[in-house]
Design a protein around this ligand. Sequence first.
Ligand code: CP
Length: 292
Amino acid sequence: PVGLHTMSELSVRDVQQLLDQAEAFSKGDKWKPKTQSFVANLFFEASTRTRFSFEIAERKLGLEILQFDGDHSSIKKGESLYDTARTLESIGADALVIRHSQDAFFNELKNISIPIINAGDGCGNHPTQSLLDLLTIKQEFGLFQGLAVTIVGDLHHSRVARSNADILTRLGAIVTIAGPREWMGDFHQSYRYISIDEAARHADIVMLLRVQHERHSQRDSFSKEMYHQSYGLTREREALMPRSSIIMHPAPVNRDVEIASELVECARSRIYKQSANGVAVRMAVLKKALEA
Ligand code: CP
C-alpha cells in the first residue's frame, strides 16, 4: 500500500510530484476516488491543524470520514494499535491517518494492507508537515537549491526537524542548526551549529520549533524569558534579517518563547500560510494513497 511513514521513503522526484499535485489542488484542481472510499483518522495525541486539515482535505476529496475517539473505542479495553488498525481494515476502511506518541508506530502495522499515513509519531517523523513546509518554501523562493535554512530550538524532540533537515539537504538547501547545544541531539553530527544571531543575519529561512515542554523531564528548571533572550526570535533579531528572508514555525507557537508574540503575524512570517498549505498537501498524499 502507498502510505506515507517518513520522508526518507520519498525520492526527490516523488516529493516534486506531490508538491506539484498540492499546488494544483490549491489552484482548484479536482479529484475524487472512483468508488466510495472510507478514511479513518486516529489521533492518539493532541492536534489542531493536522487533524482538521486532514479532515478538510478528506471532505474536499469526497471521502467518507470515520472519526475515531480513543476514549470511546476498544483501546480503552486494552486493544492494541495493531488490532485496532486490523479491525478498521476488515470492516472496510480504505486508509488510516494516525498520530501516535510511540516513535515509528507504523513498524507494528506492516501486516496491514491498506495505506497508513503518519500524522506524527512521537519524536520521530511528521512527513505531511514536512511537505507543507516544502510547499511554502517553493511558493516563496521557487527553488530549494542553495537556500540557507536554519532550524532553531528543540531539535532533539522534533519530528518536524528530523523530517525537514534530510529532505531539504537532498533538495540542495544548506541546513544549519541553532538553539541550546544540549537540545541538538544527533543533529550535531550532520549539520553545522550557528548562533541565533548569525541565523537572523544570514538565513533565507529561520525555521523555529516549538519548545516541547511535554517531552522535557526537567520542565520546572526552564525559564521562558531566558530562552527567549538567548535563542528566541526577538524583535531586535528580526530587524537584522535580510529583506527577502522569511520566518517559519510548524505551530502551535509558544508566544514570547520561540518568537516574540508581535512577530507571529509580521510581514515575513509564513506561519499561517504553512497551516493553509496543509490542506492541499494532505489532499495530494491522500490521492496518491487511494488511487494506487
Ligand atoms: N504542526 C502540527 O502538527 O500542529 P498540530 O499538533 O496542531 O497538528
